[in-house]
Design a protein around this ligand. Structure first.
Ligand SMILES: *[C@@H]1O[C@H](CO)[C@@H](O)[C@H](O)[C@H]1NC(C)=O
Ligand SMILES: *[C@@H]1O[C@H](CO)[C@@H](O)[C@H](O)[C@H]1NC(C)=O
Ligand SMILES: *[C@@H]1O[C@H](CO)[C@@H](O)[C@H](O)[C@H]1NC(C)=O
Ligand SMILES: *[C@@H]1O[C@H](CO)[C@@H](O)[C@H](O)[C@H]1NC(C)=O
Ligand SMILES: *[C@@H]1O[C@H](CO)[C@@H](O)[C@H](O)[C@H]1NC(C)=O
Ligand SMILES: *[C@@H]1O[C@H](CO)[C@@H](O)[C@H](O)[C@H]1NC(C)=O
Ligand SMILES: *[C@@H]1O[C@H](CO)[C@@H](O)[C@H](O)[C@H]1NC(C)=O
Ligand SMILES: *[C@@H]1O[C@H](CO)[C@@H](O)[C@H](O)[C@H]1NC(C)=O
Ligand SMILES: *[C@@H]1O[C@H](CO)[C@@H](O)[C@H](O)[C@H]1NC(C)=O
Ligand SMILES: *[C@@H]1O[C@H](CO)[C@@H](O)[C@H](O)[C@H]1NC(C)=O
Ligand SMILES: *[C@@H]1O[C@H](CO)[C@@H](O)[C@H](O)[C@H]1NC(C)=O
Ligand SMILES: *[C@@H]1O[C@H](CO)[C@@H](O)[C@H](O)[C@H]1NC(C)=O
Length: 701
């Protein structure tokens, strides 16, 4: 039998396999499924769609391993077997190459980026240079000179790839076994040898990442509304999650809105991050450095705020979805304006926000404030007092705190959303004077390695969890400064400040939990049993996810904050879970949250000994008001939605040739027609074939 007829039979067999499930073993020999693939997905806002997608049946292309930018000419012009599935080393995942591929997308079936084992030496940020440019406070009307990052470009390394739209699927592959297999397949079958074109069969790859939503948020929300069926098929979901907050003083959370004679200092930070790819958002410096510091500060303040309470209340606020036009903070401000939150804007005394603080140069912190609201004399006085309070907290520590140039605006921060509503005194603490010191902002490399969270060799997981890294020591200093400054700002006594100290042990455990793995003996103790099963052996993904599906980081921070600021109370599991405290205690219902956590296994025992934690920790919706107001083209509020999808997968196989593919297709179509005919015959004779009654034909769902 000659080669061609062998292939012909092979193809007929292959196409039969698509129809019958009988020969799955044949399929396994032909395909290599790719595990560890991470797609880029489609997101939509009021006006645009961004991200990637494949066609419904997946995009197929002949593998081409790109060796350099010059080599693009092969893909875009000279190669004889388009479309190509381009394999890129990460160093070639640049704006220039990606935009050229996008422009020639008719010859590009998709792109697979091989993620390196170690971070690149040079910086990389797929985010834009001016994060949340249009939804912060610096609009043309607030101060034209400060709008659009015209004085300071915060993220100069940003290449904006995360905000482009691509006409083909883009996946990230781990540099593992399978990736070597892909390269081998390419070298064996597809590479030009001595200048002559490769011959069939060629190695090909197919990527599936079809996205249901198109155009923009208004369009996909309209499609969602049309879905009135019994099993509605939504096409997109608003991005969102929950904010986590707690107060140092128990306040009645059932009575929303203004609280008489209550003065609140807000200690804010953000909880989320993103990267180009869907579920890799390690956010070490961009999110974790700040919220770990705030958690440690809240812990340092637990005893003193119970024993010598300052006369103002400190509200710890961890905002979700800030990456996507300030979802969490804009929602809290909206709720405050509408009497739907614990307190209202009139209750706010000042705001102290923790930004990125993990990479201090010369132990220096920078205190950013808003030059526009400071033009008002009384706000300026308050900001000066706040800066003084932070400075006085620094005194004995190896930390210095300076203010940047007075005309510089605030970096991207949740505080901007409060200022958008009214002038409020506030400061954002960060490790950068002007543009970010983070060289991997909102990228997959903003990870433990970049934060220098690493351990001596041969340490067990348990030893690593306890090992105090230099990064943990540095963040502990910042947490101590923050805690003291908050206490002073809340009206606490200066003489108490030296007794307020953050605990490096707690900081190092938190860094391990978020940046290395959340599945560890410490977190197992402090979470409820239903969450324990969700703890992961990998770094936490800080991508916000979709509305009201609270994500792992939200719950971890919720329970950590409860453990670090709350108290253990002696009640039974049942009473704890029912929030049913002593009958007389009407206060507790309205102010506290009770959580039954797993606890530790006592020595010589086999069962964990759970206990009840009482805290002021609460969750509040972090969903953009645009979706409650149904203003899907809002310019005030975030309108980001995430498309839904059905299949995300990749596989590689050999393709025979175009002619043979046509034969395959022909057989496929033939079978399809046969089955259509069969279906027609069966359904037209159904009343004969099946005795049961049929639905009336005009029934609609
Ligand atoms: C890879 O994926 C295949 C099919 O989805 C699965 O059977 C296999 O266990 C996976 N392998 C690994 C190492 O995850
Ligand atoms: C896009 O491709 C066209 C030809 O296909 C070329 O003329 C044009 O310059 C390209 N644009 C960019 C931005 O590369
Ligand atoms: C939507 O996103 C695109 C891409 O980032 C941006 O250019 C556009 O300004 C955004 N639209 C709104 C209304 O924010
Ligand atoms: C690839 O991985 C498999 C199991 O996952 C292993 O058995 C095999 O030795 C690996 N091959 C190479 C070349 O590393
Ligand atoms: C390619 O050329 C080299 C020398 O020019 C020769 O040794 C080699 O055999 C050639 N390879 C093939 C596959 O023709
Ligand atoms: C807080 O007080 C408790 C007992 O009241 C004590 O055991 C604990 O060490 C104190 N914590 C700090 C950080 O001072
Ligand atoms: C807090 O106490 C200070 C004096 O210690 C007083 O000036 C201030 O008005 C008090 N603030 C509130 C909100 O009670
Ligand atoms: C780590 O442990 C292995 C075997 O247990 C030993 O051979 C090696 O020398 C150790 N390395 C270090 C740095 O201690
Ligand atoms: C916090 O967790 C530790 C265990 O890591 C436990 O000993 C302590 O009692 C917990 N405290 C609260 C208030 O939950
Ligand atoms: C907890 O309460 C039970 C019954 O109310 C009591 O027997 C026990 O001693 C208490 N435990 C502690 C540590 O107070
Ligand atoms: C808390 O507020 C609710 C609603 O206004 C009220 O019914 C309740 O009595 C209050 N509880 C306390 C302890 O003040
Ligand atoms: C645990 O068991 C060992 C041996 O059975 C015993 O020596 C030890 O005292 C026990 N410890 C506790 C805390 O009961």
């Amino acid at each position: 039998m000659d080669l061609v007829s062998k292939k012909w039979i092979f193809n007929v067999l292959l196409s039969m396999c698509f129809i019958g499930a009988a020969c799955t073993s044949v399929e396994k020999k032909i395909y290599v499924h790719l595990n560890n693939t991470v797609p880029c997905v489609r997101l939509l806002n009021a006006t645009h769609q961004i991200g990637c997608q494949s066609s419904l049946s997946g995009d197929v292309g002949v593998l081409h391993v790109l060796e350099s930018e010059e080599n693009l000419d092969f893909v875009l012009r000279t190669g004889l077997h388009p479309p190509y599935m381009v394999i890129l080393e990460h160093r070639l995942f640049t704006r220039s190459i990606m935009m050229k591929l996008n422009n020639g997308s008719s010859r590009v079936a998709g792109v697979a980026v091989v993620a390196p084992d170690a971070n690149p030496a040079e910086g990389f940020s797929p985010h834009n240079t001016c994060p949340n440019e249009n939804t912060g406070v610096y609009s043309e009307t607030y101060d034209p000179a400060l709008a659009h990052c015209s004085t300071t470009v915060w993220n100069p390394l940003g290449n904006g790839l995360s905000y482009e739209e691509f006409d083909f699927p883009i996946f990230s592959l781990k540099d593992d076994n399978k990736t070597r297999f892909i390269r081998q397949c390419y070298f064996d079958h597809n590479r030009m040898v001595n200048g002559s074109s490769p011959q069939y069969p060629l190695c090909a790859m197919q990527l599936f990442s079809h996205m249901s939503a198109v155009t923009n948020t208004a369009t996909c929300m309209r499609r969602n509304d049309l879905n009135l069926g019994i099993t509605p098929e939504y096409v997109c979901d608003p991005l969102g999650d929950f904010n986590v907050w707690a107060t140092t003083r128990p306040l009645n959370n059932t009575a929303k809105g203004h609280k008489m004679s209550e003065s609140v200092v807000i200690a804010a930070t953000r909880l989320d991050s993103r990267s180009f790819f869907f579920n890799i958002a390690p956010g070490a410096q961009s999110a974790a450095s700040g919220f770990v510091t705030l958690l440690a500060a809240a812990h340092a303040l637990r005893n003193i705020t119970q024993e010598a309470p300052p006369n103002r209340t400190i509200l710890y606020a961890f905002f979700q979805g800030e990456t996507f036009d300030y979802i969490g903070s804009s929602r809290m401000v909206y709720d405050m304006e509408n009497g739907q939150f614990l307190v209202d804007l009139d209750n706010i005394h000042s705001v102290l926000e923790v930004g990125q603080v993990g990479m201090r140069a010369n132990s220096r912190l920078w205190l950013h404030s808003d030059p526009v609201s400071r033009r008002n004399g009384s706000i300026d006085e308050e900001v000066k007092t706040l800066v003084e309070n932070i400075r006085s907290a620094v005194m004995t520590l190896n930390v210095s705190a300076s203010e940047p140039n007075v005309s510089q605006p605030l970096p991207p921060s949740s505080f901007q959303r409060f200022l958008r509503s009214r002038p409020i005194p506030g400061v954002v603490i960060a490790d950068h004077e002007s543009s970010f010191s983070n060289r991997f902002y909102e990228s997959m490399y903003d990870n433990a390695e970049y934060m220098r969270v690493s351990y001596p060799q041969n340490m067990t997981q348990e030893e690593q969890l306890q090992f105090v890294t230099d990064t943990a020591k540095a963040l502990t200093e910042v947490a101590t400064v923050l805690a003291r400054a908050l206490y002073k700002q809340a009206g606490g006594d200066q003489s108490q400040l030296s007794g307020i100290n953050a605990d490096p042990q707690i900081v190092t455990q938190m860094l391990y939990s978020f940046l290395i793995q959340s599945n560890n003996s410490w977190l197992q103790q402090i979470v409820p049993s239903d969450l324990a099963g969700h703890l992961k052996n990998t770094a936490t993904n800080f991508y916000v996810g979709v509305m009201l599906q609270s994500s792992e980081p939200t719950h971890l921070v919720q329970h950590l904050l409860a453990n670090l600021t709350g108290n253990v109370v002696n009640v039974t599991q049942q009473d704890c879970q029912n929030q049913r405290m002593e009958e007389s205690d009407t206060v507790s219902k309205h102010t506290y949250t009770y959580t039954w956590v797993q606890g530790a296994v006592p020595p010589n025992a086999t069962e964990r000994e759970g206990y009840c934690v009482r805290s002021t920790v609460h969750l509040s919706k972090a969903v953009s008001p645009a979706f409650d107001l149904r203003e899907f083209t809002s310019t005030d509020y975030s309108t980001w939605t995430e498309s839904r999808w059905k299949t995300i997968k990749g596989r590689i196989f050999l393709v025979a040739s175009h002619e043979l593919e046509m034969v395959t297709l022909g057989v496929g179509v033939g079978v399809l027609l046969t089955s259509l005919l069969l279906t027609y015959v069966i359904s037209s004779k159904a009343d004969i074939l099946f005795s049961s009654q049929r639905e009336p034909t005009n029934a609609t769902y």
